[in-house]
Design a protein around this ligand. Structure first.
Ligand SMILES: [Cu+2]
Length: 296
């Protein structure tokens, strides 16, 4: 890390854990140093002008003003640097982030759904196919409205609050919301995007460091906004496989009609419906201590 990075630490930026994050950091660093230099430059100029053109020294106003071209050149250089930052760095990086997605066959695919006030993660399970989701099928026990008649949905993994992904594999997210506008913000991965009801927003990142990374909601979305947190756990590949297997097994057993819901796992809205086998995924014990509690 260069000494430039100091300013990011000073501003409370958490350490980067994604492959593209250092590019974002460089732009942030440069923009902040540049703005800092401008701030001190203009402040010094302001003080200089106050003293140099004080009334006792200039009793009579000079309407012609500055005659040298220095101020014009300075202004022009500032505009030029800002243009280079924007057109040369920020826009190309943004374009790369939104246009150049990694191939889906190498990536972990996750649907992330925001609602007041938690995040639900939907993974396709061993068959690699997401079950069909239908808003009319949403109940307390089927938070995403997965169609029980769709065979692709039988092995789907639905977890509340905590997502596991393997290190060094791209993760492609399809983001949506069930109620109001939220913002899926992963500060360590240097990504954030609004979750807008009625829209599917693609985003992606590649974690390069194992660890636990907090997800926050970046849009004021209601009274419980402050508590709308989640966790992305970046695992070593073996740990990830173990987690995935556990989740897949749970999805399998809990989709069986005879499976009894685990005590204490029922949503606050009342007893889950049991006539519908695929409405069970939420009953899996998906709440390790790090998961956020819904509501606030
Ligand atoms: Cu929110």
């Amino acid at each position: 890390m260069s000494s430039l990075a100091l300013i990011n630490e000073f501003l409370g930026q958490p350490p980067n854990a994604s492959e593209h994050g250092y590019q974002i950091d460089h732009i942030l660093e440069f923009a902040h140093w540049f703005m800092g230099a401008l701030f001190f430059g203009w402040s010094a100029f302001f003080v200089f002008v106050l003293i140099r053109f004080r009334r006792s020294r200039q009793p009579k106003a000079d309407h012609a003003g500055v005659r040298s071209g220095i101020s014009t050149h300075l202004e022009f250089s500032v505009v030029l640097i800002e243009a280079v930052l924007l057109i040369g760095f920020a826009i190309p990086l943004w374009a790369k982030r939104v246009n150049e997605f990694p191939p889906t066959q190498d990536a972990i695919l996750v649907h992330v759904v925001g609602q007041q006030f938690n995040w639900t993660f939907h993974m396709p399970g061993p068959d690699g196919q997401f079950g069909r989701r239908e808003i009319d099928l949403v109940t307390n026990s089927n938070p995403l409205g997965i169609d029980p008649n769709d065979p692709a949905g039988k092995d789907d993994i639905v977890v509340l609050g905590e997502l596991h992904v393997p290190v060094n594999r791209p993760v492609i997210i399809e983001l949506s919301s069930k109620d109001v506008i939220h913002n899926f913000c992963l500060p360590h991965m240097r990504i954030a995007a609004d979750a807008i009801p009625g829209s599917l927003i693609p985003m992606w990142f590649k974690p390069i460091k194992a660890g636990n990374y907090e997800v926050v909601c970046g849009q004021l979305c209601g009274l419980g906004h402050y508590g709308m947190k989640g966790m992305v756990v970046v695992d070593e590949p073996a740990e990830y496989q173990t987690w995935l297997k556990e989740r897949a097994e749970l999805a399998g057993t809990q989709n069986a009609p005879s499976a009894a819901p685990a005590p204490g796992q029922q949503p606050p809205g009342g007893a889950p419906k049991t006539e519908n086998p695929a409405e069970q995924p939420q009953n899996k014990p998906a709440a390790p201590p790090t998961s956020p509690s819904p509501g606030g």
